[in-house]
Design a binder for this molecule. Structure first.
Ligand code: GDP
Length: 444
């Protein structure tokens, strides 16, 4: 998982002092030393680290943190805010031109994920912004890049403007925009050539395209796994071409995190999107705050809730909450919830987003087998409607019948019913206690 080492070390540094009720200046110093090492090890630029540690120290010492009742929480809050700030503070939105079409140049080194990301961006803009994108194949040096874009275009049903490998990239870009105007396409995404290293010829070509098409966005695509290199290359592209934003790809890999944490600070340009996998849907706007709390293991509650809201029927969620509160949650509800949660994605991923859960030892190794879910469902579906409504009816003889009907062992049936009863009690308690606020968040 991305940022794993960094998360672990930062959390380690925080929990070490977290055990103390009161912390001293020396404790704080020791903690900041660990934070510094954690960041350096994650390949964060050393100047960025120095500045970061200085800021956190100043804030922690300048306020009355050490005197407060919960000094660790205060320090974590400061670290979280400064990490967020380091990555740009706010989410920086994609800019559209006042007059369509909006022109985007995708730039970056070969293999960074530029072509794939051009397709992801087009797909995202169509779905979320209702745009009508056109893709432009201006990488004439690699016939494979043109084919790749054409395949993406077919898959997504977007036109791809290509003139083969003989044409001049500047002409291709200019003509593509004329064509887009004729066809009523309001977003033109130009896939430009990449090289293995930054070189003069490439930069000149990109500058020429820029001058000819006056793009609203020049998005530098970079592989997050390349760490410090990513930052240096971003810096060169920015100095020579003037980029408007960065797209960080391959955040699904085990990147140490240095690029995400340094790019904004070194280049002054925001990370606008991230790529988190090879599929077209694996693409999201970059939210500094969410990334920071994820790194700190505070859980990505916002994303979790958003996903829950996307997939949950709100009236249903309200009904469920009421049932939990009144302790009338039954096996029909259980099945329904199981279906909804399964639709939200792998359970282990969801668990990790819950604050505090990323610290639970062994969660990394935990895999929830879809087969287990299917077995649980088979057991519930072998209950009669009356039993599902009223789990108290489930006597031993009924349980034996259910075991036969679902072809699962009696022990498994007993275990599920026990788990169901326990979780019902727990949910009921939570609905009255600590988690009372959750209902409001889930749209009640
Ligand atoms: P380009 O040379 O910059 O155009 O790079 P490509 O778009 O051809 O991508 C290079 C490789 O990276 C391909 O195998 C992509 O599937 C892969 N790739 C791109 N983005 C991501 C990502 O976010 N995650 C992962 N795991 N792979 C990616």
């Amino acid at each position: 998982m991305a940022f794993e080492g960094l998360s672990e070390r930062l959390q380690g540094a925080m929990t070490k002092i977290g055990k103390k009720g009161k912390i001293t200046e020396a404790d704080l110093k020791e903690m900041m030393r660990e934070v510094r090492l954690a960041l350096l090890e994650a390949d964060v630029n050393f100047k960025v680290v120095k500045e970061f540690v200085k800021k956190v120290n100043e804030r922690a010492l300048g306020s009355d943190v050490l005197e407060s009742l919960s000094p660790t929480q205060q320090v974590i809050k400061i670290v979280n805010e400064e990490l967020t700030e380091l990555m740009g503070g706010q989410q920086e939105p994609f800019q559209f031109s006042a007059k369509p079409p909006t022109v985007v140049m995708m730039v970056g080194l070969q293999g960074a994920g530029k072509t794939t990301t051009a397709g992801k961006l087009a797909n995202y803009m169509k779905k979320k912004e209702n745009k009508r994108p056109m893709l432009v194949a201006a990488d004439v040096y690699r016939p494979a890049a043109i084919n790749q874009l054409q395949t993406l275009g077919k898959q997504l049903d977007f036109p791809v403007y290509a003139l083969g490998t003989e044409a001049n990239p500047v002409d291709i870009a200019k003509q593509a925009i004329e064509q887009a105007k004729l066809d009523g396409r309001d977003l033109v995404i130009i896939d430009t050539a990449g090289r293995l290293h930054v070189d003069e010829v490439l930069m000149t070509e990109l500058k020429n395209i820029k001058a000819a098409v006056n793009p609203t966005e020049i998005l530098f695509t970079v592989d997050a796994m390349t760490g410090q290199d990513a930052v240096n290359v971003a810096q060169s592209f920015n100095e020579q071409l003037g980029i408007t934003g960065v797209i960080l790809t391959k955040l699904d890999g085990d990147t140490r995190g240095g690029a995400a944490l340094s790019i904004r600070s070194v280049t002054g340009k925001p990370i606008k999107f991230t790529g988190q996998g090879e599929k077209l849907e694996d693409f999201e706007p970059f939210y500094p705050e969410r990334m920071s709390s994820r790194i700190l293991g505070m859980g990505d509650l916002m994303t979790l809730i958003e996903r829950a809201q996307q997939d949950f029927d709100e009236t249903k969620a309200a009904e469920m909450a009421a049932k939990i509160r009144e302790n009338t949650f039954n096996f029909n509800d259980f099945i329904e919830q199981m279906d909804q949660v399964t639709n939200m994605g792998p359970l282990e991923d969801l668990l990790k987003m819950i604050p505090g859960m990323s610290n639970v030892p062994g969660l990394d190794q935990m895999k929830i087998d879809p087969k287990d879910v299917a077995h649980m469902k088979a057991i519930v579906l072998s209950m009669t409607p009356a039993e599902r409504e009223n789990p108290e009816l489930l006597s031993q003889s009924r349980r034996r019948r259910i075991s036969k009907g679902s072809a699962r062992s009696l022990a498994e049936v007993n275990r599920l019913i026990k788990q169901f009863n326990e979780s019902r009690d727990m949910m009921n308690k939570m609905s009255k206690g600590n988690f009372a606020g959750m209902e409001g968040l889930l749209g009640q």
